[in-house]
Design a protein around this ligand. Sequence first.
Ligand SMILES: Nc1ncnc2c1ncn2[C@@H]1O[C@H](COP(=O)(O)OP(=O)(O)OP(=O)(O)O)[C@@H](O)[C@H]1O
Length: 530
Amino acid sequence: MREFSQLLDGLVYTRSRNGKLRLIADYLRRTPDPDRGWALAALTGGLDLPAVKPAAIRAIVEERVDPVLLGLSYDYVGDFAETVALIWPKPADQPEEVDDGSLSLAAAVDRLSTLGRSEAPRALAAMLDRLDASGRFALIKLATGGLRVGISARLAKTALAQAFGLDVDHVEEVWHGLAPPYGALFAWGAGGARPEPGDMPVFRPFMLAHPLEDMRVDLAEYAAEWKWDGIRVQIVHAGGETRLYSRAGDDISRSFPDVAAAFATPGVVDGELLVKGVAQRGEAASFNALQQRLGRKAVSARMLADYPAFVRLYDILFDGAADMRALPWSERRIRLEGFAAALDPARFDLSEIIPAADFAALEDIRAGARDAAIEGVMLKRRDSPYVAGRRTGLWYKWKRDPLTADCVMMYAQRGHGKRSSFYSDYTFGCWTGDPATGGELLPVGKAYSGFTDEELAWLDRFVRNHSVARFGPVREVEKTLVLEVAFDSIHESRRHKSGLAMRFPRIARIRHDKPAAEADRIETLRRMIV
Ligand SMILES: Nc1ncnc2c1ncn2[C@@H]1O[C@H](COP(=O)(O)OP(=O)(O)OP(=O)(O)O)[C@@H](O)[C@H]1O
């Protein structure tokens, strides 16, 4: 577990894709079978363990930790695995904070996969006792299902390919025929025979966009489309099977059976998964509604009825077995229109082309879009082939300007790994009314990025010098520091007492110049909900 949890720690705080690839590739090269196979399964979402219910873990934690402390820490850490990892006390006869090295990842997986419901709490507690904080975090994530450390299946497969000099598309082809801990894959990597390709449809890497940084591109050469705020999806139908793949290359068919069932034409298309909101009467609902369906392996009939999904198509890669990828966009668009005409219009429509004479007109269109499902515009070069990844000049994304709010820092908590000695995660709030007449601060979000290393050092010092209380890993600070927070959107949520939650919050600036009493009000944020 030690190496695996160190890998997770490293991944959480490594931003660059290359850095992540290197970490995973090194781990896979260094680690023996079957541990590395289980790690690969965990990273690609292929580890199907019977999930232990958080309530069962809560029960064992409460035997050792004051439930009030647990509750408070959880409120501000926000992540259950992280909270338990941080506050789990080892028994008196155990040395402090060491992973004693006696629990391998394979042994942990084996134990978790055979645990009966009644013995789960004891067995988990015994395993937690043998680990340090990082190991506990990893174990609880494994036990409760889903790592969510920002690693895509595709990234993990690319790292595997790099570690052993394989071609990642060949890895993709054989992947579906294999099962963890992937002995055959590592044997191939060590020079053995290539496993037989499975008979499942194959994922093709997506074409991506660059942010539009200046307006020197000739708009006449580009088609403009809305940038929909949904989930990128590739739909593959081959050999009588339909598969939906996410931007990360994860197979998400099980979360969207309504869409998968409606697609039975051989081919590969690209588009945006959206859900119809009940309130919006058939219009695309915001990302918030979509999130209700995300991350669920199986969806209830109720979910399917309340949040019916559909796909707004914008590209075609294969029409039947015919490869369209080398054709110019304008021609693929015509093929796509023909292809889409045969699909159920309740489940599939086309992303419209927006006519815009020049950049001034496009800027007005972009700024004026009030639809909750739109987050900007896309520009696609009319003569561009469909190529994997980001290529300069072919696709651009031009997002709406981010929203910002001035918030007051309320709580801080230490980071992981490289950041474990810094208070680097901040919970901030806004006022319920005028602070002079009884207005209160309520948390509206949490951020741990957006600042430079110097700012981090400064913020860490601020937290240490202005703490007013501590509970578990969390420090409460004097409510004097204003942080300008940028975010993509804001929606209603029960997670915070304020009833609001921000999407992608990051610290844009430390407002040394602004008194806390002048930070924003909750009602101002409420008006930003679309
Ligand atoms: N009409 C559209 N055409 C292409 N992509 C679109 C469209 N509408 C929304 N998108 C989304 O925009 C993204 C394009 O940006 P990019 O290729 O950089 O991917 P990304 O990293 O997922 O970006 P972002 O986080 O900005 O959505 C696509 O991945 C897709 O999810």
